[in-house]
Design a protein around this ligand. Structure first.
Ligand code: SF4
Length: 63
């Protein structure tokens, strides 16, 4: 199966909607909750969430 997303920027593999790496199914993606995720994709999404939480925590400690 192939999939085309209008938010995918060819050449950079970036998502123009989320201004970040295209990881189908990630939070904020048009496919969020609409597809079954492979273990690999889920692991990438979990890593993104960990990084986001670390950034939030770091900002909180700066204030
Ligand atoms: S992350 Fe989702 S919305 Fe963004 S380009 Fe990829 S498939 Fe499209």
């Amino acid at each position: 199966m192939t999939f085309y997303c209008k938010n995918f920027e060819i050449g950079t593999d970036q998502c123009t909607k989320l201004h970040s790496e295209c990881i189908p199914g990630r939070p904020g993606c048009v496919l969020e909750g609409r597809m079954a995720l492979s273990e690999e994709l889920q692991a990438r999404i979990d890593k993104l969430e960990e990084e986001r939480l670390a950034r939030v925590q770091a900002r909180g400690e700066e204030e």
